[in-house]
Design a protein around this ligand. Structure first.
Ligand code: NAD
Length: 483
């Protein structure tokens, strides 16, 4: 077993005050990796007190000093990128190659990006009636950052970097299912001598630790990424306290294949958009809408491509799909596969672990084959509720208007993609989707300066570049009458 994970409060690694722990499990083997604190509101109180004590000195640092710290954190994470990838792969069951390419790399680039963005960012002044209006930015103060298990350090660092850049101190809570890389970030902070109390980490369950962060009156801003049901609780708790709130929630994204799409060229991109991280990316396209004139051809090419995905031991270099996050989650995904059949769907490939077992992996692992289902109404539960696993449904449409109507027929509105030989047509189509992000002939192609976030039940607010800077700062307009 690895050493136990501890909370990181005021620059020190400490257990939960109540002394209790939880296990973190490798979902690909069922083995307990180590324990983490099962913290309570007392630990959140201690972390918040430390963050408040550290706040004045951190807020008084210059932007250049904070930028230098972000570069130092990025350098240290870069030195440790293999460690980060190994920890992330063990904690989540994702393939090591994916953890290297996406999780470890992006965690470094989040810090690097916000350091560079901060160096270039400046606010305008406005002159009118002989007065100059200057924008003055101050930190919010102590902010709460709550993150999910699918991209643990990637999503935590996406919040930590801009929060620090803008002079805030932090109480963060990673998912109880994936504490290892957040802990490693604390290890890195300690190693480079990052000021105590500026970054605090409290591990534990959402209703205990997450709820205590959202409820704490001295935590004035909360950036939350997770499921829509949890987001509703966070919003209901924070709204009467008038906290600054950013909510990045669930999705049920449409992948739209127009009749002129060059199928052979785009197939690898479509498979990636459907099954990256076992479909456990909020941006994955889980409903593929295909023009009826190419539906049968698409179906056979797509099913063949999906069957060539290498599902296996995440520690093997050639594995392209590992396990899902837990046995509980596999059970949830399988319940949707069974529901799909009850709703009249046909499983074209994949299925439950009983129907389509994965060979050559630990029998204690939470593995599933990538699953493709057709024959369902686009308004069925399977096609409108977030499954967040390796399951996609195929639907045929006859006109672009019908495709738009189908794409927009869910409560969610996070992302989507359109595939066509005609980029102008794709661009026009994209503007008709009720969603925060649309990719045309690409997927998860991220320029970190762009706004990221969803509409409808996928969230409130945007993160990225200037949007993160705005979220993590308060603005005072100072209007100076000129002599
Ligand atoms: P979750 O909502 O169960 O948990 C997210 C975090 O919230 C965890 O740290 C959890 O412990 C905490 N939490 C639980 N109850 C809480 C409460 N009452 N108060 C405060 N915090 C609480 O989500 P999950 O299962 O960890 O992650 C999967 C979900 O996240 C999916 O719905 C996925 O779409 C979504 N997601 C969204 C984005 C995005 O950018 N929009 C990115 C990744 C994942």
């Amino acid at each position: 077993m690895m050493d136990p994970v501890l909370n990181f409060i005021d620059g020190a690694f400490v257990p939960a005050q109540n002394g209790t722990t939880l296990n973190t499990v490798n979902p690909a083997t069922g083995e307990v990796i180590t324990t983490l604190p099962k913290s309570s509101s007392d630990d959140v109180e201690a972390a918040t007190a430390a963050a408040l004590r550290a706040a004045p000195a951190w807020a008084a640092t210059t932007m250049d000093e904070r930028i230098a710290w972000l570069h130092r954190i990025a350098d240290a994470l870069e030195d440790d990128r293999e460690t980060v990838a190994q920890l992330e792969s063990k904690d989540t069951g994702k393939p090591i190659a994916l953890a290297r390419r996406v999780d470890a790399a992006r965690s470094v680039s989040n810090f690097r990006f916000f350091a560079e963005f901060g160096a270039q960012h400046s606010d305008p002044t406005f002159t009118d009636h002989g007065a100059i209006n200057h924008l003055h930015r101050s930190p919010i103060g102590c902010v709460g950052l709550i993150t999910p298990w699918n991209l643990p350090l990637y999503l935590l660092s996406w919040k930590v970097a801009p929060a620090l850049l803008m002079g805030n101190t932090i109480v963060a809570k990673p998912s109880e299912l994936t504490p290892l890389t957040a802990n490693h970030l604390a290890v890195v902070m300690e190693r480079i001598g990052f000021p105590s109390g500026v970054f605090n980490l409290v591990h534990g369950l959402g209703p205990d630790v997450g709820q205590a962060i959202v409820e704490h009156p001295d935590i004035r801003g909360v950036s939350f990424t997770g499921g829509t049901a949890t987001g509703k609780i966070v919003a209901a708790t924070a709204a009467p306290m008038f906290k600054k709130l950013s909510l990045e929630l669930g999705g049920k994204n449409a992948t739209v294949v127009l009749d002129d799409a060059p199928l052979d060229e785009i197939m690898a991109g479509l498979v990636r958009a459907s099954f990256t991280n076992s479909g456990q990316v909020c941006l994955c396209g889980s409903r593929i809408l295909v023009d009826a004139s190419i539906y049968e051809l698409f179906k056979s090419k797509f099913t063949e491509a999906v069957e060539s995905i290498t599902v296996g031991d995440p520690s093997e270099e050639q594995t392209s799909m590992g396990s899902v996050i837990s046995h509980d989650h596999r059970g949830k995904v399988e319940s949707y596969i069974r529901l799909a059949v009850e709703e009249g769907g046909r499983v074209l490939t994949g299925g439950t672990s009983g129907d389509a077992p994965v060979e050559g992996v630990s029998q204690q692992g939470a593995f599933l084959r990538p699953t493709v289902i057709e024959g369902l109404s686009h308004t069925s539960r399977t096609a409108t509720e977030e499954i967040f696993g390796p399951v996609v449904t195929l639907h045929a449409f006859h006109t672009e208007d019908e495709a738009v109507e189908m794409a927009n027929a869910t409560e969610y509105g996070l992302a989507g993609s359109v595939w066509t030989a005609d980029t102008e047509r794709g661009h026009r189509f994209a503007q008709r989707l009720d969603t925060g992000i649309v990719w045309v002939n690409t997927w998860l192609n991220r320029d970190l300066r762009t706004p990221f976030g969803g509409v409808k039940q996928s969230g409130v607010g945007r993160e990225g570049g200037a949007w993160s800077v705005n979220f993590f700062s308060e603005l005072t307009n100072i209007c100076v009458q000129q002599p």
